[in-house]
Design a protein around this ligand. Sequence first.
Ligand code: M6R
Length: 618
Amino acid sequence: MCGIVGYVGPRDARDVVLEGLRRLEYRGYDSAGIAVLADGELSAEKKAGKLANLEKVLAERPLPEAGTGIGHTRWATHGGPTDRNAHPHLSADGTVAVIHNGIIENFAPLRSECEAGGVEFRSETDTEVAAHLLAATYRETPEGPGRLAEAMRRVCRRLEGAFTLVASHADEPDTLVAARRSSPLVVGVGDGEYFLGSDVAAFIAHTREARELGQDQVVEIDRTRGLTVTTFDGAPVEPVAYTVDWDAAAAEKGGYDWFMLKEIAEQPRAIADTLLGRLGEQGQLVLDEVRLSDQDLRDVDKVFVVACGTAYHAGLIAKYAIEHWTRIPVEVELASEFRYRDPVLDRSTLVVVISQSGETMDTLMALRHAKDQKARVLAICNANGSTIPRESDAVLYTHAGPEVAVASTKGFLTQLVACYLVGLFLAQVRGIKYADEVGSVVDQLRRLPEAVEQVLGGMDAVRELARSLAGEGTILFLGRHVGFPVALEGALKLKELAYIHAEGFAAGELKHGSIAVIDQGTPVICIAPARLSPLHGKVVSNIQEVRARGARTIVIAEEGDEDVVPYADHLVRVPPTPTLLSPVVTTVPLQVFACEVADTRGYDVDQPRNLAKSVTVE
Ligand code: M6R
């Protein structure tokens, strides 16, 4: 939530910052702002709404050319999405400009303190206190190199909550200082230039060399002194260097109307990349990155899968596979709930946290809650260098590449694949499955990219159907077994993109109450299990039940399944896929459907209202 960009170097900071903001806009689009430092003076512009609004203002009132600049794209927390609440916030004396991601929880007493000192606040944000405190603290900090960084450390020691702060001071034209606690921040290192970003997309057009920052650290980037990192207490830190394994082209739309469409189309490649190098010659799995010993994995007596939103749906599917393959009990929980109850965990509990961004605050807090109780934590994550894998005991990266659209698509399918790998790996290490059994599932996994490609090839009818249903007020989704989380995911996609009331139901549960909402013509999208599944007949009955009450049924069924034909007003065919892996193919039509409904309704598919890509507040 909120995108942060900073630049110090020989280029025109205005261009670098605006380009960074364009790439980070998916992190929040309630407002955007920029500040540059030229000739010892800070100048800023900020505007409510999307970045385009700010760009319009800048075209009329350009800021001066400068070598130092910061920019922000906001997802509002404290204070509505107005011009005044947009970042950057300047101190009362105009010497400090600050941008912020996160929440300063003790901002109220700090604000009172500033007001008692005569400061008049211009916004309702928690952020503004940081600007005033920093200006005052800077005045009290001895002169010399690193003065702004020292002032930042002193301020940070007083702040509570989660925050990334970036500050520029009028007296330090070649310097930016940033701090992070539980919110994301990475540093980009170019040739004589430095970048700051909420994620590497902010500077990927200029450099792929990045530095990870840890918790409670302050970084100074200075054109002559270079990069200096310390803890909040001033102890020097050597940041971890890494090279980003994708380039700027991967973060472009590549000819598609929406990032979401491009990301849906990339799914076969993303799945193949996630499997790459993890399947051994003899069918065995090779997960060298999972830094847990075989003994640790053999000791596991319970698995918790913890995540949010779409990643949580991946976790729900993982439960079926992991329990089936390993016979270890698996609980799946929303991170925001897990974190505030008392789950029973110990050293032999494996907690699998799933997060595309690696920055979701609810998931991060759940991870810490698990580690406090000595559980082993394995992260499934897409964003290299992000906080969640860094704080976990082990990590399995999905290789989806950058996911820019707010709605997760390739992130989800690759999370599923990673969950299957974890389940199979546990079964392999614990000797529950013979090598040939693991090998046969591995073969099935290898066929998934082609199966998804096949589904994508037949989506014209789904798009047409979506256009015909775009005016509906309610659309329901039904599924059973692994089809149930798929139904939940289909409903979530439709809600978040098309703002249509949608619900996913367990097909067998409907008759216990919810079937009462079915009315004449209510569209119900039903996910039929594989023909050979023992549940197939049951779901066909459930489809008949809703149809008997007037529902218009859209059935997603595998090729050759003739049993569903009499009960389907519309049929969407997918290639036959083994039951546990079937969500990888049955989800795809639902993604395409939601995207097309939203597009038909004239909505911004990539940036739905009220949302942001990485949810970095609790
Ligand atoms: O980055 P994460 O995977 O931790 O994000 C979790 C959810 O916020 C995310 O999946 C969200 O539900 C998506 N917008 C759904 O499309």
